[in-house]
Design a protein around this ligand. Structure first.
Ligand SMILES: Cc1cc2nc3c(=O)[nH]c(=O)nc-3n(C[C@H](O)[C@H](O)[C@H](O)COP(=O)(O)OP(=O)(O)OC[C@H]3O[C@@H](n4cnc5c(N)ncnc54)[C@H](O)[C@@H]3O)c2cc1C
Length: 247
């Protein structure tokens, strides 16, 4: 195997029954009256850290690791009217839904609220019930966050500028799912796309290309994956076409 595989970062994604694949949550938010809670109704990381700059990897003990979303599900983003009104919650530049399906997401998210994709309630407790969560616990988490905003100190190290309380109703919630831009790993291959066996010889008629067996499989290398997909795809196809038919 070539390394053990990696994710390319766990990007916060938004998935709904009416769409095929995820939307990517906007990573350039203009307001910060929002937070995320995990399975136990607690916050679990610094939501406003600029993780898009490190491909959604956090540096811990000298190593880049995935954000904890994958082990924290279900995750909900909770926000207030200020954040709803001033941010389009999805990135409009890419994802299959936007780029290929030409899906429009409203700039103020009002259409998605109307559709029921975004949960809406007049109180945090009411919102918690709609999320299927314990209202007392969710209220306590939001109240603690708001108190930390007032103190200007956050337990997860959010920058003080991003400590904006969630206090302008109505309130909203959105399920956040792990979204990845690549997953790599797999069998080691040579320049011709031939896959090696564990004994180090190539396996006849077995080829790999792209993310499968990628040479960057230990850590996402921004920009290299598309190039590798094209180069290795051509190489594997050329090798396969040079083979004689089975019979
Ligand atoms: C939002 C986003 C942004 C990205 N940005 C960049 C970037 O800026 N630069 C960069 O280099 N890389 C980027 N990447 C990563 C890059 O796009 C991928 O690494 C690359 O496209 C992988 O190519 P691939 O051919 O290995 O796999 P894929 O493109 O995933 O192709 C696999 C194909 O196999 C098909 N398939 C699956 N199962 C079957 C089956 N059973 N039978 C038949 N067909 C099947 C799939 O439909 C798919 O078409 C980005 C990815 C995403 C999602």
């Amino acid at each position: 195997m070539r390394n053990s595989g990696q994710s390319g970062g766990i990007w916060p994604g938004i998935l709904h029954p009416d769409v095929k694949t995820v939307f990517m949550r906007n990573f350039f938010m203009q307001t910060f009256s929002w937070l995320e809670i995990c399975a136990d109704n607690q916050r679990f990381y610094n939501e406003t850290a600029e993780l898009q700059l490190t491909h959604y990897k956090e540096k811990k003990h000298g190593f880049f690791t995935d954000t904890p979303h994958i082990n924290a599900q279900p995750v909900h983003m909770i926000f207030d009217e200020v954040t709803r009104e001033n941010n389009c919650l999805v990135v409009k530049a890419f994802t299959w839904n936007i780029a290929t399906e030409e899906f429009e997401w409203s700039d103020d998210n009002s259409v998605e609220v109307e559709k029921g994709w975004i949960l809406k309630a007049n109180t945090i407790a009411e919102l918690a019930v709609k999320m299927g969560r314990d209202p007392v616990a969710v209220e306590a988490t939001v109240a603690k966050y708001n108190a930390d905003c007032a103190r200007g100190e956050d337990e997860f190290g959010r920058h003080p500028v991003t400590l904006q309380p969630i206090n302008q109703g109505p309130f909203y919630a959105l399920k956040i799912v792990p979204a990845v831009v690549c997953t790599s790993g797999g069998g080691k291959r040579n320049m011709e796309g031939e896959v090696f066996s564990t004994s180090g010889t190539t396996i006849p008629r077995l080829y790999e290309a792209g993310e499968c067996g990628s040479m960057f499989s230990h850590l996402y290398q921004n920009g290299c994956y598309l190039t590798e997909a094209m180069i290795s795809g051509r190489a594997a196809a050329k090798s396969a076409l040079a083979q004689k038919a089975w019979d």
